[in-house]
Design a protein around this ligand. Structure first.
Ligand code: FUC
Length: 830
């Protein structure tokens, strides 16, 4: 028994200590029964028995700013590199379409007389330039020479330590290469070894689709290095032939410079220069350090003439890490990474596929074989991707995080704000990665600055406006260049939706200073825009023009259109912002008059309606959809990520949301499925959420576990990670709801540790046979907690009362008690 207890304690360090009575006994029995089937408490690695065939099988590493896709090819290894600030173009034009404001009233007039065709034509006249594109940095090629055939090959991505490793044997020699992107030292580090002394022979060279300059430095008394210099394209043109590169120092703002170097920092062999690279011969252990920088010096600066000296920046990164060898760089990297990653642990009981390569496991999963190990790995992989693509001081993760090898990536690999950018950050707070929202919050600040100019220049309105596309330069104008479909180009409610993230950061952290100094002023600016944007019709406040991204309706009189008045989503987003501001003003004890005015306006918003089919009405009328299974489910914003609809709050609307989802179906792009996991979890239907999760893994997941739209788009990874957290814990209604939507596939047993709830609580739970067994609650701010659970709750050392409540045909218990900041409470089920 003691051995069992010890090993359980190893797996579950926060397990109650002996002497705590019956609850401990039950927890132990449950764990003893469940553990043998656990898919593995430690996060496994993604491993493969063959090299990547293409980029979509390569493995991503990143430190927020620098990224690489590692192919793991034995004799011609390829690392495709990225740097987060490498984009085409320069500062966004403040007023590219001075004529825009004069069309707003005519658009409204046309809409109000049901002349949608005229409104669409006029809306196109209000568009501006498209955004810029995120660019690849270049390729590092490692041509390794060895004799004999490759045997015992394995490549893996260890997401517990953020290291990609490739290992194989040839001619009796074992070769190993490991790659990691260090955040503390801002370098990508590649370490190569051979088991036989002197057997490591390889050539290094660079590559890129666009022109670049190369330098090879092998001076005595200096580390050998390979230098790559180039310049990004000026415009976001989509012509097949890129504009020729211009290397000038003239006054014209003509694009971003960039440089990266591969330096040999440790080497026990010989090095010499080749015409186009470096040769290493007779080594047994070599470490390369890649440093990169662009001339980007801020969103308002021309990256060429006002850019920073990128070479000096590359040097500075090396200088800051001077003297650190591979072992120390690795130690610092792992310590930094684990500080974030180890905060959350998820272990699910249930069938785990036998130890097999991920591509093999995915194949079997697609064929219908259950694999809870894969399901829990994908959750942790989402957290891995967020830590690797969004670090404080940097920029938000774009449509591809930071990983892109194409000079014309899909949708410009930009920031798309009618769902995608927001979805990237859904898991951040809940899965204990709050720091990773800093780049988003900072960029919202930049968009607010540009968006203030856009609101004024495009509409003559106060506050700040963001349309559906943005980029590094924080562009905020409606895109489309006069040819874009208004169903995406003219969507104008980016600022209130993004403001939700500002407020959620407060709800999870309880940080009032941040709320007062950062979030509140930005949220208020977004509300000012909404107040000006709203107009009155038939006694209600409506938006006009309005769209429901990016759907199309069939008007009863026979035409198809996307532009309407007061789409449900517009009303829900504005409701959300006003509600958050009213709450924030109360929490801060300020701005009471403004809050009172918002309350009045909120009451006047065009109301949500239930339609003929029992669905939630998406448009101004209860009209049919041109594509009833459209990937966007914009009108369910109120269910998720909003908090206006819930089975625990307003069952008829929740039933309408359910009907809407049934009519929409479970299909869609990767991100669409990911959103649906969240929706079903919010409807407290874990089985349906799990079904959609299975479909995401089966139909929208690439062999490297990247989500695919298709093609690759990272939002689905993040959205699914959020959805899984929503199945285990919810708190949007200011209650900490334990296991709100546990699917039967995971009911047998499981354990989660480190999830975060609004109100600033950290939560751990153990469950078995679909019931909560025990939990821990750590209070970060000392707030009062209201727990919602399906079982009565006991709190060790406290007298608490669980009150039974019914909601939506289910029985729940509410248990409320005051908490002390910094204290952890042990909960059990009597
Ligand atoms: C929105 C979506 C598309 C795609 C793009 C990046 O426009 O409708 O499906 O995800 O963003």
């Amino acid at each position: 028994m003691q051995i069992l207890i010890d090993s359980l304690r190893f797996l579950f360090p926060r397990m109650p200590r002996p002497g705590r009575g019956r609850a401990l006994g039950r927890t132990l029995i449950v764990l003893a029964l469940v553990l043998p089937q656990m898919a593995g408490a430690a996060p496994a690695a993604l491993w493969y028995a063959a090299p990547a065939k293409d980029w979509y099988e390569a493995l991503p590493i990143g430190n927020g700013r620098l990224g690489a896709m590692v192919f793991g090819r034995p004799s011609d290894e390829l690392l495709q590199l990225n740097e987060q600030t490498l984009w085409t173009g320069g500062p966004a034009a403040p007023n590219p379409n001075p004529d825009a404001p004069k069309y707003l009233q005519p658009v409204r007039d046309a809409l109000f007389r049901d002349d949608v065709g005229a409104a669409v034509g006029l809306l196109k006249k209000m568009q501006g330039p498209n955004t810029q594109m995120y660019q690849p940095l270049g390729d590092l090629l490692i041509k390794q020479h060895f004799g004999g055939a490759v045997v015992n090959y394995r490549r893996e991505l260890d997401i517990g330590n953020a290291i990609a490793t490739t290992a194989f044997e040839a001619d009796g020699v074992r070769f190993e290469r490991s790659v990691f992107a260090s955040a503390p030292d801002q370098l990508i580090v590649v370490n190569l070894t051979s088991s036989k002394p002197g057997a490591l022979d390889f050539d290094l060279s660079n590559g890129h689709e666009l022109a670049f300059r190369r330098e090879v430095n092998v001076a005595p008394n200096a580390p050998a290095e390979l230098v790559f210099r180039a310049k990004a394209r000026i415009g976001s043109d989509e012509r097949r032939d890129p504009k020729p590169l211009v290397f000038t120092d003239d006054a014209v703002c003509n694009g971003m410079r960039y440089e990266w170097r591969t330096r040999i920092i440790e080497n026990d062999g010989r090095v010499h220069a080749l015409a186009d690279g470096l040769a290493v011969r007779g080594a047994s252990k070599v470490t390369l350090a890649i440093s990169a920088a662009t001339s980007f010096s801020g969103i308002g600066n021309c990256p060429d003439k006002d850019g920073r000296n990128e070479s000096a920046a590359v040097d500075a990164y090396y200088a800051a890490a001077a003297g650190l060898g591979h072992a120390e760089l690795l130690r610092r990297h792992v310590a930094d990474y684990k500080k974030y990653f180890d905060r959350v642990e998820l272990a699910l009981a249930g069938p785990a596929a036998p130890e097999a390569p991920i591509d093999e496991r995915l194949k079997r999963y697609k064929a219908g074989r259950p694999d809870t190990g894969l399901e829990q790995l994908y959750f942790q992989f989402g957290r891995y991707l967020l830590i690797s693509s969004s670090r404080p001081g940097g920029f938000p993760a774009n449509l591809q995080g930071i990983w892109n090898h194409l000079i014309r990536p899909s949708w410009r690999s930009n920031y798309t704000t009618n769902i995608n950018l927001q979805m990237n950050y859904w898991p951040a707070e809940m899965t204990n990665l709050a720091e990773m929202t800093e780049p988003l919050i900072a960029h919202i600040g930049r968009m607010a600055a540009n968006g203030t100019v856009t609101a004024k220049n495009y509409y003559g309105m106060r506050g700040w406006a963001v349309h559906h596309n943005s980029d590094l330069w924080a562009q905020t104008n409606p895109v489309g260049e006069g040819r874009g479909d208004p169903k995406w180009a003219n969507w104008s409610l980016g600022s209130p939706w993004l403001s939700q993230h500002l407020y959620e950061h407060y709800r999870f952290s309880g940080d009032k200073r941040y709320l007062r100094d950062v979030a509140y002023p930005l949220m208020k600016g977004a509300a000012d825009f909404c107040l000006d944007w709203l107009t009155e019709r038939d006694g209600a406040l409506v938006t006009a023009p309005s769209t429901s991204p990016e759907n199309v309706y069939l008007h009863p009189t026979g035409f198809k259109a996307a532009v309407t008045v007061a789409s449900a989503m517009d009303m829900e987003i504005i409701w959300d912002l006003f509600t958050n501001l009213i709450e924030a003003s109360k929490a801060l004890g300020t701005d009471r008059d403004y809050a009172a005015m918002l309350e009045k306006k909120r009451a006047m918003l065009s109301p949500l309606r239930i339609g003929r089919k029992g669905n939630l009405v998406e448009w101004y009328g209860d009209w049919e959809d041109a594509d009833p299974q459209h990937r966007h489910v914009s009108h369910l914003f109120a269910l998720h990520p909003g908090r206006q609809i819930s089975p625990l709050l307003n069952a008829p609307y929740a039933a309408a949301a359910r009907k809407t989802l049934e009519l929409r179906g479970d299909g869609g792009t990767g991100w669409s499925k990911a959103w649906k996991i969240n929706f079903w979890a919010r409807l407290l239907d874990g089985d349906h959420a799990h079904k959609v999760y299975q479909e995401l893994l089966r139909e929208s997941t690439l062999n490297n576990l990247f989500d695919t739209h298709p093609p690759f788009q990272i939002d689905g990874n993040f959205g699914a990670t959020s959805g899984i957290a929503e199945m285990l814990l919810q708190s949007q209604l200011n209650e900490v709801h334990l296991l709100p939507a546990l699917p039967s596939a995971w009911a047998a047993g499981g354990k989660v540790r480190g999830l975060v709830a609004r109100g600033a609580f950290e939560v751990g739970m153990v469950w078995s046979k679909g019931r909560l067994v025990s939990a821990t609650l750590s209070s970060r701010m000392g707030n009062r907690v209201v727990l919602r659970s399906s079982e009565k709750i006991r709190v060790a050392g406290m007298r608490v009362k669980s009150t039974s409540v019914g909601a939506d045909g289910r029985a729940y218990y509410l248990t409320s008690f005051a908490t002390v900041k910094g204290k952890t409470y042990r909960l059990s089920v009597p």
